[in-house]
Design a binder for this molecule. Sequence first.
Ligand SMILES: [Zn+2]
Length: 198
Amino acid sequence: MEKVYFEPGFLPLAGGISKESRIAFAKYFGPKLYANGFLIDLLHFSHGENIQNKSEFEADIIKDLILDATLLIQQEAPRLVEGAFDPYQIFCLVQSGCDLFDSSYTVLCGEKGIAFNVSKDYAKTGAFSIVDFTEEKNKTDMGPLCSHCSCYTCKTFKRAYLHHLIACKEMLGFTLLIIHNMTEFDRMFEMIRTHLAQ
Ligand SMILES: [Zn+2]
């Protein structure tokens, strides 16, 4: 008789770029009673650095790669994807049945001097834009990073000051961009949840 564990755990569904391997993993792990969730391994498609065997993120290919496997696992169990994925990629992964993500993209961007804003129609299109504070055009811009954002960074500082901090490699600059990026990530997931609830 199979031993049942009661500790919470996410079971990994690996398989790389092989659809057959992913289905084999899903058939084996999918029915396990002790699974509180599943980790869909897509790290090599992420923006993360120092990743071996990195592959280009192509939404159609990833959907084809994971969709059959996700249908074989318990449907009510959450599916976690680890790695730095941008708003459009998360939009595509949600459409492919993924539920949980980490926020490493917000930090990865912030550390490069980059902020992002999701579009008003994000929940339908996945569109977002980038503000690169290493670009000279922000040097004299006295507007906020984002006019509709209520985060500490956007309410307190101008783009020109953020550009100055990033140019000087001041840690405060990277921290302020990460604060905005995390706020924007929260707003993005709120938009996704609202859209899915409709
Ligand atoms: Zn902000």
